[in-house]
Design a protein around this ligand. Structure first.
Ligand code: SAM
Length: 225
């Protein structure tokens, strides 16, 4: 998979891909990531990428021309499976969407800033508009990193144990059950007996029942699907 990320603050995206699982995925060649500085496509000597909004009002808007130029360049040799604009008014990001996007060969993520991007770029280019929650961030970079992480960890070979991602929350519309590791007793609190029993069908049953209990109490909305 290849992911292109379009940003006016590319430095914000340096750290997320330099550590842990995402770095390993890159090192193993399972994903490549290109971060594009939109300012290189900006207008004039000052590499302008934003301008006042028509109709007046506070806040600048990211101009159509630099984005259009960059998107034309990115798609000239190979089309993208999805061109995603990160935006608070987009569809909520869900595990099911991460699952389906993980099957893509090429994704382009557009990070907005200021008041967001000119609507005409959304109309012309964007195939998916995604929000990571009902709050407003200063820019789309952190949201792009969230999307990239949730997609990349699903790629075959990225996690050491391929089954691990499948037993995470949301994969079957349930939250994950509680987990424990050594020691078996900590500050007088014991690990549930069944987990020490070696009886794998009993353990599986316990996990399913705990996942259901947790989902019913914390996220009953998930059970409606
Ligand atoms: N004026 C926009 C609005 O009210 O919907 C908010 C713009 S926000 C200050 C700047 C950029 O941050 C957005 O263009 C988007 O790329 C990103 N952003 C902010 N909140 C986000 C969220 N909840 N999900 C995804 N992206 C977000």
């Amino acid at each position: 998979m290849h992911i292109d990320i379009v940003s006016v603050v590319p430095e914000l995206l340096e750290s997320p891909f330099r550590h842990s699982i995402l770095m390993r995925a890159i090192d193993k060649g399972l994903v490549t990531i290109s971060i594009h500085d939109l300012r290189e496509y900006g207008i004039g000597n000052y590499r302008q990428v934003d301008d006042y909004q028509f109709g007046g009002g506070a806040g600048m808007v990211m101009m159509a021309e630099p984005l259009n130029k960059l998107l034309e360049k990115l798609t000239s040799d190979q089309p993208a499976d999805a061109i995603v604009y990160l935006t608070p008014d987009g569809e909520s990001w869900k595990q099911s969407t991460a699952n389906s996007m993980s099957l893509s060969k090429r994704l382009i993520l557009i990070c907005g800033h200021y008041k967001g991007i000119d609507q005409r770029i959304r109309d012309l280019w964007v195939t998916h508009e995604v929000s990571i929650g009902d709050y407003v961030l200063s820019g789309g970079e952190l949201a792009a990193a969230v999307l990239a992480d949730s997609i990349i960890r699903l790629l075959p070979g990225v996690l050491n144990d391929a089954g691990s991602a499948l037993s995470d929350s949301f994969q079957d519309n349930l939250l994950a059950p509680p987990v424990y590791t050594r020691p078996a007793e900590f500050k007088g609190m014991k690990v549930p007996e069944v987990l020490l029993s070696g009886n794998f069908s009993a353990i599986e049953e316990w996990r399913e029942s705990e996942a259901l209990k947790r989902t019913e109490s914390r996220r009953p909305d998930l059970l409606k699907d």
